[in-house]
Design a protein around this ligand. Sequence first.
Ligand code: GLN
Length: 458
Amino acid sequence: TQALLERAKANADLGAYLALDEETSLAQARAADERLAAGERAPLLGVPIAHKDIFVTKDFPTTAGSKMLEGYRSPFDATVVAKLAATGAVTLGKLNCDEFAMGSGNDNSAYGPVLNPWDKTRVPGGSSGGSSAAVAARLVPAATGTDTGGSIRQPASFTGITGIKPTYGRCSRYGMVAYASSLDQAGPMARSAKDCALLLSAMVGPDLDRDSTSLDRPVEDYAAALGLPLSPEATVAQPLKGLRIGLPQEFFGAGCAPDVLAAVHAALAEYEKLGATLVEIRLPRTELSIPAYYIIAPAEASSNLSRFDGVKFGHRAKDYADLSDMYKKSRSEGFGEEVQRRILTGAYVLSHGYYDAYYLKAQQIRRLIAQDFQSAFEQCDLIAGPVAPSVAWKIGEKSDDPVAAYLADIYTLPASLSGLPGMSVPAGFGSDGMPVGLQLIGNYFQEARLLGAAHHFQ
Ligand code: GLN
């Protein structure tokens, strides 16, 4: 813990951490030491981790990357934070992210951008860019992230680490600052599938009293499952024999950069060597996932973010004429440009006269996308493809063109809209030596299979 605190400070230029608290972290580390001295053994006992600043924490400030929450201190810990703390993991600090998790490059944070440790002129992905950069730069062995439309998978891909978004509802959303509640899901980001498995087992589980979408399913030991065969035909030499991997035609088209496709194909060739069979499948409504998501997510965000009114908590403007002026000024000052854009979009698509044309249509498309996956899973056990259509772009490259950033979410949004588990596994490198991730998507509750397929490849 001490060494990593120093490492975090020495690499402050990356912009990964928003809060460190040496005293708190060292006290937690000493408590873990005592548990170890008493003979307790547990995989995460004493292991330093860090949390995306979207999880509320009572021992550290929480900003959600927004000026709106500057100086905010939560009176309680998010369920995921509390569960990890209970295993004896030490909280090293809070990690930068796009404001309210809205973004793809961690360039929408009120506290400055995060740099990609592989090339500091590039983004680390987003919105969990502090998490991806910190793990990739070895500032911390593992971190939490959240994924609403790709924010665990895409930053993992851009920084050459492993990250998994479990089935929607598997991790409690209690204490996660809400962006789009029907999509938001927590997950781990780490160096390997095995580390992700250890964290994920500590993060999942029912929290029925506190999160109405939390699922009543027992915790699984994902790390123990890594050693189990994935199909009856598996052998030692070919541990993935019998596993059918579906390649959606729509993920391998002209929209994906050739260097990314080359790295993904090379990884898939390895999967074949491990015994997996590749089958071509269709996800015909892939393109529609972008308009559907960018209607549904802002709609939910406009509702969720209405709580930041400058009254109960959040930034409050200094000078105002009356109550409505106070709301206006506080929200104009507290929210960044992208957040305001989403609130306006969301309010528009939900408004009378537009609801049927936009929001309802988007919900119908969402259902069809989920059905397409169920048809695809009749032909395969897992789905694979790129995580993003390019390697990490240059900081600032997409800042003036929000739609360009939205389009880059094309391969992560379908699984998000369907609530399916997905992960990013380092596949290789693209142009300029930048990392490329392979995306694996499983059917509901197939996290163990995803992690197993990633583990055998790693
Ligand atoms: N890039 C997507 C967005 O901006 C996804 C973000 C996320 O998953 N939190 O909404």
